[in-house]
Design a protein around this ligand. Structure first.
Ligand code: T1G
Length: 710
């Protein structure tokens, strides 16, 4: 087992190299090794300076997240924090210049170790950040104290409350990094260190107060941060704790701020919020591990793509490929539709450019990768084709029959269908092993979730290629089984039905939406329908009725179809569940909805009466969890974590609550089961307890226990 931290001397400079693959996490032994090596360098006459660097393809990506679960109580957390704070001060107190050399990422504890060094140099492609808040915690090794001293209050608040990484160029501009090294990082760091040694310069970040001395400006930045969090935190606590820790240090000094950080970190690291976020972090990575598809499964290289259908989804999917630098043919059946599709794509990019997210040159470059066509010419060069035509089974079958003819035998044939049976397309293609679902969520170029739907005969290479492609497209790929609605939309049907029935029973649309946004959803069920389009669901119901099926058993509210028949599709028509003033997306409650709810209630033979917020939340979340149990039991989802990742990325389910299955576990499955039985007695037999829910509740287990996840 090679040493976790190695000590060498080169050109009068001590090189301290961390070697803990895959990301040089600060696992037990790594901080201690750094401490020992820096102490050794301070006493080593052969060393005039010190360089701290990571082996492999990154510096330190942070504390070892796997270790957090082992912190039993506040006392242990506080003790560990004091020890790491003291360790970093020892690095900072080294009498010789200590230079941190950053490549890959310096995140969390990695950036905190870098900031305990006197200086930081980085390669142009390096990234730094304090993403702890994404794990429900805050920087716990002085990050909230040293970062403001390097880059000021506003930027440190941004980095510590949003958790985003920033590139080396911005880090240099902000004062976090002192120099960008082009070429060999180690050589550049050694040269920088030698120059500091020759000048006899060291610089303790904890003593730099210039960027936090303007307390009025600091207070304003902190107030602005708190105000912004009211809109963005959606119930999470860690971002507020980060602001408190930064404020303590800025206003009361480094030592007081460090003590406050240690205290707040202990609160956060033991919170359910952190447990949920850390479980989601690993669940997202676990989702890429699919039984029957080993890690070394061969995959096809995707160098050229094609999309059939230039509608909203097809255009967004083509943008995903162009954004990943993959040339993509975009085929439509007629010129007008193709021109409309291209115009929409161009408009999307121009909006990004107008917001400064892209330069005009970047827009032109990605646009040049999208090649419009009215024929299948060039499809024999494609490594993948994504079908995104209208949700009509016969049309899709004919497209797949074409694709079976015009593409190479090894070409992946994916469908973006959200409701139809990919096994039927697989048959018509003549190459079922190559056929798979790539279900994107609208807008496809924005939403990160990609449900990877395996058909009965989908080959493991097709699945492995799809998982690898999801990462290349900057998407989160989750493999799911082939049933109506797969996982996301199948469960959503139960979520929406409860909303509709609660409306008929007496709740109002704004009340229901308010309960769900208060829970942490980005938008309530009705607001979401107005965004997605009431017509989308209506057409699916129409199609199902035409083949004698329905999305779910039991009562369905007529109100959505009434709105559809009235041409009220939502934002796109200026009215749906809400009204919208011309050009505005601000929902305005519409008395018409109450009239329709009264009419539906009358037809159902019920008298509308007030409904409590608790009833609304419970009915909707229990319905979601109960159907999630069926989805697990039928192996449509492999793990509860897969469902929770799907809901976090597909619908913005508040990550600090873990996801529908984690939330059910937090309620306790006996409670969830009791609610299902209560609703069944009160509301009807469509409330059927899922057999898995029954079994787990009886065994005193949660969904995650059963999956072997703590
Ligand atoms: N601890 C443990 N394992 C980690 C890890 C970490 N910090 N980061 C990644 N891994 C594992 C990951 O589970 C996967 O394992 C493998 O490494 C590759 O990861 C004191 C307390 C660095 C941007 O939040 O953001 O420091 O699945 O697939 O896409 O204030 O990993 O192969 O078995 O994600 O190239 C703060 C979290 C911690 C960074 C690389 N740091 N990691 O992305 O690879 S808290 C973070 C990431 C902290 C201090 C506090 C990403 C990455 P497996 P990957 P990638």
């Amino acid at each position: 087992m090679p040493e976790l931290v190695q000590y060498t001397v080169q050109d009068d400079v001590a090189i301290v190299t961390i070697n803990n693959p895959p990301v040089n996490a600060l696992s037990p032994g790594v901080p201690e090794g750094i401490d020992t090596c820096v102490t050794r360098a301070a006493a080593d006459p052969a060393a005039k300076a010190v360089v701290l660097i990571g082996a492999g393809n990154t510096f330190i990506a942070g504390a070892d997240i796997k270790v957090f679960g082992t912190i039993p109580n506040r006392e242990v957390s506080i003790d560990r924090s004091h020890r790491v704070h003291a360790l970093l001060r020892r690095i900072e107190d080294c009498p010789k210049p200590v230079v941190c050399a950053i490549h890959g990422t310096a995140l969390g504890g990695g950036l905190e170790f870098a900031m305990a060094c006197h200086y930081r140099v980085a390669v142009p492609g390096a990234k730094v950040g304090q993403p702890e808040v994404l794990l429900g915690i805050i920087p716990g090794a002085g990050g909230t104290q040293r970062l403001p001293r390097l880059c000021g209050v506003a930027t440190s608040v941004e980095l510590c409350t949003q958790g985003q990484h920033i590139g080396a160029k911005r880090a240099l501009a902000e004062g976090i990094v002192d120099r960008i090294v082009d070429g060999d990082l180690l050589a550049g760091a050694i040269a920088f260190a030698r120059a500091k040694a020759a000048a006899g310069e060291t610089r303790k970040v904890r003593e730099q107060d210039a960027k936090i001395s303007d307390h009025a400006a600091a207070a304003a930045a902190l107030d602005a941060a708190r105000a912004s969090l009211e809109k963005t935190a959606r119930g999470a606590h860690a971002p507020y704790a980060a602001v408190q820790a930064i404020a303590a240090g800025v206003l009361h000094g480094f030592d007081a701020g460090s003590a406050r950080e240690i205290d707040l970190f202990a609160d956060c690291v033991l919170s359910a919020e952190s447990r949920n976020l850390i479980r989601l972090f690993f669940a997202e990575r676990e989702a890429a591990k699919v039984p029957g598809v080993p890690k070394d499964t061969p995959t096809a290289e995707i160098r050229a793509a094609a999309v059939v259908g230039a509608g909203t989804m097809g255009g967004g999917i083509a943008m995903n490929y162009a954004n990943a630098g993959i040339p993509v043919l975009l085929k439509e059946s007629d010129r007008a539709a193709l021109d409309r599709g291209l115009a929409t794509i161009r408009r999307n990019y121009d909006i990004s450019a107008s917001k400064g997210k892209m330069t005009p040159e970047q827009v032109n470059r990605v646009m040049s990768l999208i090649r419009p066509t009215l024929t299948y010419d060039g499809f024999d060069q494609a490594d993948i084709v994504v079908e995104a035509v209208f949700e009509n089974l016969d049309l899709k079958k004919s497209v797949f029959a074409d694709l079976g003819r015009v593409t190479r035998p090894d070409c992946v044939l994916a469908s973006n269908t959200s409701t139809l049976d990919i096994d039927q397309f697989a048959q018509s293609s003549g190459r079922p092993a190559n056929v798979i679902g790539h279900h994107f969520f609208s807008p496809a170029n924005v939403m990160k979730l990609m449900e990877i739907v395996r058909g009965r005969e989908t080959g493991s290479q097709t699945i492995a290629t799809s998982l690898k492609l999801a990462k290349k497209l900057n998407k989160v790929g989750v493999v799911v089984g082939n049933c109506f609605g797969f996982v996301a939309n199948r469960m959503l049907a139960y979520y929406m039905r409860e909303g509709y029935l609660l409306l008929e029973e007496g709740a109002s649309v704004p009340q229901i939406d308010h309960v769900l946004t208060g829970f942490g959803m980005p938008v309530g069920p009705f607001g979401m329908q107005d965004i997605a389009g009431i017509d989308v669901g209506a057409r699916i119901r129409q199609y199902l009725r035409s083949i004698g099926k329905s999305r779910l058993e039991g009562p369905e509210s007529p109100v959505p179809d009434w709105l559809y028949e009235m041409g009220r599709y939502g934002q796109k028509t200026g009215a749906g569940w809400y009204r919208y003033e011309a050009g505005s997306r601000t929902p305005i409650p519409d008395p018409l909805i109450e009239e329709l709810a009264d009419k539906a209630a009358h037809e159902r033979g019920i008298a509308r009466q007030p409904v409590s917020d608790d009833e609304i939340l419970s009915r909707i979340m229990v319905a979601l969890a109960n159907e999630g149990a069926n989805v697990l039991d039928e192996h449509i989802a492999i793990r509860p974590g897969d469902i929770d990742v799907i809901y976090a990325y597909g619908f913005g389910y508040p990550r600090h609550r873990g996801g529908p299955m984690a939330y059910a576990d937090s309620l306790g499955l006996p409670h969830v089961l009791a609610k299902v039985n209560e609703y069944r007695a009160r509301l009807g037999d469509h409330w059927q307890p899922a057999p898995l829910l029954d079994r787990l509740a009886a065994a005193g287990k949660g969904f995650y226990d059963a999956a072997g996840v703590a």
